[in-house]
Design a protein around this ligand. Sequence first.
Ligand SMILES: [Fe+2]
Ligand SMILES: [Fe+2]
Length: 137
Amino acid sequence: MEWTQALSVGVDIIDEQHKELFDKINSLVEAIKSHTCKYKIGDVMQFLEDYVVFHFGEEEKYMRRFDYPEYRAHRQQHDQFWENLQKIKKQLPKIEGGKKPGSYDLSVETNQLVVDWILEHIAQIDKKLGAYLKDKV
Ligand SMILES: [Fe+2]
Ligand SMILES: [Fe+2]
């Protein structure tokens, strides 16, 4: 997936964080293509967890600081993503147990979750937030 200007939310610090997500998910796509995703998915999952805590936290801080009227709805999407991520993560110990069954499916599922997130959340919901924050930060 390529980063394009159309995905910019107009606030540099948020765009930079979004690009980090792009880079990581592209590295997972590469690993899926080269059949090495079973070695990669654990690392990607750890990244996603850390990333979500930090990045969602940052956006939520901005929303509260500037009394964003759609805070609750936006926050709900963040919480939902976290839950979806946990559902996939729960299946990880089985993979790290040696035989790594299902790592391909799990990698594809993770990729799909993030791609949907980029299209449905970043490109729309975060963009709306960016427009609101643009002349405030
Ligand atoms: Fe975001
Ligand atoms: Fe967001």
